[in-house]
Design a protein around this ligand. Structure first.
Ligand code: CAO
Length: 462
């Protein structure tokens, strides 16, 4: 009789309702022990749930978007033999007997910011299995099984051993995982290994020509970063970067280096908009209506008119994925650094609803209460420095988006009406765009249209 057992979500560090972001197997798949079944992403990390035994997947119980906690059934697996991997032991099986059954998470630090800004580190929870009550007693629940990884058995030959999240991270950086040495058990490549590889290339320790990666072999043949003892020149103090600083910094550096940015500057005459905004503010004391909410609405209108701005390049850079939804990322300055929460379905929300939500996400960001889900799925970002000052700047595109709008402080300026100078309130707009996807003419049209909508909000009704 077939011995069908449940594979369950193991101890995931006390997290609950963790979203499934990837389903790695389907019914009928023959799987090896420890092969990833699904990937979960908490606000701290991305985790693969490995198969607790080898066999054939009879039914997958989860789908992307489900939220799970420890003990949730992932799949029904018909166990092959004793459930152990039939392949002979290979060098990759390096766990020693003292290794506790619940594989400790990798030493990767926890993640606190957006996946769009953060490539999540990985952990490898131990397999967990619970026998179906009717299953024969001969199938012991291998919940105490060691999390031995057999890279050669899990992955096809020649494929570097890394979790999907690490693969995505490496792909985004243009790193060939075949060139990266894995430091984890079984030679598994962690996100830190990829980062160390990139650092080594950038620092000159590995020559770009031998480093692999598409972007790297393309010739960022930089001289090493200057090593300076600043204290030789005067008093200094060392202040550690926050975790958000580091994560945002790494992502900004990658995006700046890998995306050919061009910034189109324009301005919108918001004299009438400002009068309306003030009126709204007087009528609705319970919510702060700033120019940003009008910008969100105007951006949505422009994205609808110019769909290539509401898009991302696919992983192979061969197709443009056009999005039919309108989720707008808002750069928020917090004491710990920059984060980009996302306002979902901005096209379906009115100005006041957007104002409420903007207030909520800004407060949440500053109170460090944003979860991963709050920062996922953005289509286009807005970075507003309008409350602070400035006349223009170059915002850095939040990959994999293809454009970002920077907004500076509006100012009263004399504008020639044809017969005289009249005072008008002008709002500076700075649109950075990915020149691989968007031409200069399209960017000029996009910003001009934005300015037109902001100048006459009735256009939002069209
Ligand atoms: N021109 C003139 N005044 C503006 C303005 C503009 N473009 N934008 C906002 N203001 C005004 C607001 O009306 C408000 O005035 P009152 O207090 O008199 O009503 C004041 O500036 C402060 O606004 P705010 O910053 O609190 O609100 P917001 O909706 O404009 O922005 C948020 C919210 C979260 C985006 C903002 O607080 C923030 O964090 N901005 C920084 C983003 C950032 O760091 N970007 C850089 C990324 S690259 O490093």
């Amino acid at each position: 009789m077939a011995d069908i057992q449940q594979a369950r979500v193991p101890d995931i560090g006390g997290h609950s309702n963790v979203p499934v972001i990837e389903v790695l197997v389907k019914a009928g798949d023959t799987i090896k022990k420890d092969q990833g079944l699904v990937t979960l992403e908490s606000d701290k990390a991305t985790m693969e749930v490995p198969a607790p035994f080898a066999g054939v997947v009879r039914e997958v119980k989860l789908k992307v978007g489900d939220e799970v906690s420890e003990g949730a059934v992932v799949a029904m697996i018909e166990v092959a033999g004793d459930g152990a991997d039939a392949s002979p032991p290979v060098e990759a099986k390096i766990s020693d007997e003292k290794t506790p059954p619940a594989a400790a998470p990798s030493s990767a630090p926890n993640k606190t910011a957006a996946p769009e800004l953060v490539a999540a580190p990985t952990t490898s929870p131990a397999p967990a299995a619970v026998s179906v009550p009717s299953a024969p007693a001969t199938a012991p629940p291998p919940s105490s099984a060691r999390a031995d990884f057999d890279a050669d058995a899990v992955l096809p030959e020649q494929v570097p051993y890394a979790s999907p999240a690490v693969r995505v991270f490496a792909r985004e950086l243009g790193v060939d995982l075949g060139q990266v040495k894995g430091s984890e058990r079984g030679g598994r490549i962690s996100k830190q290994d990829v980062q160390a590889h990139v650092k080594a290339v950038m620092g000159g320790a590995i020559s770009p020509s031998t480093a692999g990666g598409a972007a790297l072999s393309g010739g960022l043949n930089l001289i090493p970063w200057p090593q300076v003892d600043f204290s030789k020149f005067g008093a200094v103090e060392s202040k550690p970067l926050t975790r958000i600083n580091k994560i945002a910094g790494a992502n900004l550096a990658r995006n700046w280096a890998m995306i050919p940015h061009v910034t189109q500057h324009d301005h919108a005459d918001i004299t009438e908009m400002e009068a309306f905004r003030k009126k709204l503010g007087e009528e609705h004391k319970d919510v702060k209506v700033t120019p940003l909410v009008f910008l969100i609405k105007a951006v949505v209108a422009a994205l609808k008119k110019y769909p290539s701005f509401n898009a991302s390049l696919d992983a192979a850079n061969e197709n443009l994925i056009l999005k039919k939804y309108f989720h707008i990322g808002i750069a928020v300055d917090t004491p710990d650094g920059l984060v980009v929460p996302v306002i979902r379905d901005a096209d379906r929300k009115g100005l006041l609803e957007l104002a409420h939500e903007l207030g909520e996400i800004s407060a949440k960001a500053r109170d460090k209460k944003l979860g991963a889900a709050d920062m996922q799925g953005g289509c286009f970002s807005i970075s507003s420095l309008g409350g602070i000052g400035g006349t223009a700047f170059t915002p850095i595109i939040n990959a994999p988006e293809v454009a970002i709008l920077g907004v500076s402080k509006s100012q009263w300026q004399p504008v020639w009406s044809g017969s005289e100078f009249v005072p008008r309130l002008l709002l500076p707009l700075s649109l950075s765009y990915d020149h691989r996807v968007i031409d200069g003419a399209a960017a000029a049209r996009f910003t001009a249209y934005l300015a037109q909508v902001l100048g006459d909000l009735r256009r939002l009704l069209l």
